[in-house]
Design a protein around this ligand. Sequence first.
Ligand code: PEP
Ligand code: MG
Length: 747
Amino acid sequence: MATTRETDSRKLLGRLREVMAEDAGGQTRLDQITQLIAEEMHSDVCSIYLFRDSDTLELCATRGLNPEAVHETRMRLGEGLVGRVARTGEITNTDDAPGTHGFRFMPETGEEAYSSFLGVPLQRLGEMLGVLVVQSKEARQYSEEEVYVTEVAAMVLAEMTELGAFVGEGAALSARHQQPVLFQGATGQEGAARGHVWLHEPRVVVTNPFADDPARELDRLNEAVEELRVGVDKMLFSAKGGDKDQLQVLEVYRMFANSKGWMRRIEKDIGRGLSAEAAVEKEQSTARSRMSQVSDNYLRDRLHDLDDLSNRLLRILTGQGSQTGAEMPADPILIARNIGPAELLDYGRNLKGIVLEEGSVGSHAAIVARALAIPLVIHANRVTTEALNGDFVLVDGDQGVVHLRPEDTVISAFRDKMAMQAQAQERYTSIRDKPAQTLDGTRIKLHMNAGLMADLPSLESSSAEGVGLFRTELQFLVRNQMPKRAELSQLYSRVMDAAQGKRVVFRTLDIGSDKVLPYMKPNDEPNPAMGWRAIRVGLDKPGVMRMQLQALLRAAKGRPLTVMFPFVAQLEEYANACAELDKAIAREKILGHPLPASLEVGAMLETPSLAYAPEKFFEDVGFLSIGGNDLKQFFFAADRENERVRRRYDTLNVSFLSFLEQIVQRCEATGTPLSFCGEDAGRPVEAACFAAIGLRTLSMRPASIGPVKSVLRRSNLDELREIIHAARDRGDQTVRPVVLDYLRGKL
Ligand code: PEP
Ligand code: MG
């Protein structure tokens, strides 16, 4: 009995293949397919509904229902039995359709005569494309085997839809991957870019879902699985002794790769006429649709693992993958689910823009993108599913928006935006060699933030007066293992060479919180931003800090050196860190190594507590730099990584400005040099306010120097100060509106 049915599915697939092989238009194909499925299923009706837009399904072909209803009958997602299948992604199989909850009567189709209804989702890798429906007058439940056959047909149809098989004359169907799509993500790095898609991991497209010879397909599958197992074992072997979490993931991979259930399901599908790759993809699709419904994090992660494993297997089977032979476009916009910092650095400045499905503002990829000044949009949900290599794409890093295959109107609006940016850029270039001097004659020093060797050329191009913050952790983050002292020392030395005598403030390692080194055991902390990070790690486990301090002393080779300790919360921490530095100097002396010509040592002011440190601290510390990113998050108790709250409080809130003003005054009283190096220093309106309350040195991304200088040169700090104080006296919450008014008047 079972064999006869299996033969049926093979027969159906065989006939489907014949239809697909014919040189026919899209609609003709759809019509032929509904006819043959109805025949093979011994059913009165077979219909195909496809999404017209994200919310509406359209009857696109039918055998059995009123042909006049084709392209006329539409339903919303969730409406009627068809809409419900599309919404839930679950099969509906009933012998009494009109009596089933949710049934919607559509008189134009003449479907009231049909009792039984089998609706199967048309989906590809968890992405819903439409619904395949089979109906009969006879009141009967479709058997398990019949459901299976319909599922296989649906899968093949979905694959063909993906390949654009149903586009063409009269089809009234737009091909997938040809329509414009807008993604609303979040800003990772500001800036606008236009270019062509370059997929970090191109999707595998199954071009041949059918196979005549199941035995051959099974052999292909077994060979591929063997290759996969060997690959996973190799990864496991090389990871032994490494990070526990990574090992755990690989163990799970191995478990899946050896999983009998997984293999059995794939083998069964091959036995029924699918090619090995189509069978793997069918299994992957099931896992993906489960993934979207599972809320348990652990389970979701495991389904993710299974998805990755299926991808690997598909690459082996089809020979597709990153080595597709495709050529990177001249203006590549990198699209990826996620990407590691080292991989991103490999692409380097070639990239015009980056779009990620996952990621976070503080992720390593975002840090690198920022360092390279490449516009980045994160949380662009499903972008890897929609984009194809070579697609035209616009990235708006300011708004966190991505336009894939945009309409002409969007392209021209975007062109205007980019032209305005280019004009502004020209303006900045024209004042490149002019000082950041305000109308009242105050000189503001503009420095740049850096963290990679790749940043240093910007020192010249931006005309920054120095590097106000060199985030040394980036070098640790982009590697797979802890860098050695000699390597670090060489790197720091090259940084100083490139700076050509300009001051570089080397901030010692700030790890923990959002910056977790790939080769260090992550600490499961409830509140990492307030946890064991930066100087706290440095003082508790001084090995790495000592190594870094030595590397810095040696890199200086007799040149001046500036060192800054991050995240200092109280005097004692600063004193202890200085004691470590003194020890390192004493050791260098004993070894006979040259000492820096001069040494400046300072601290970052990132915790409110330090603003209230005893006078002695302000007298002792060589200089202070306000880390506004952290300081603001602790001042307002609003996580800088949490999209929901990170923009909730304005930096120009009078409370925060008053707090900053107090810090300025304390530093003035003791003559302590003070700068501001958080992201806000690079925002022109904020920068003007900081200058007005007394800050004289600002450190920012190189790209912000032009815009900040331009605004400062048009501001009178005495006037601005008055405006700020008046707003505070009036009881305004933020000074932004009045300051904006003032600055607009100066344009
Ligand atoms: C800051 O907190 O403002 C800062 C400059 O340090 P980071 O952003 O690296 O935490
Ligand atoms: Mg910080």
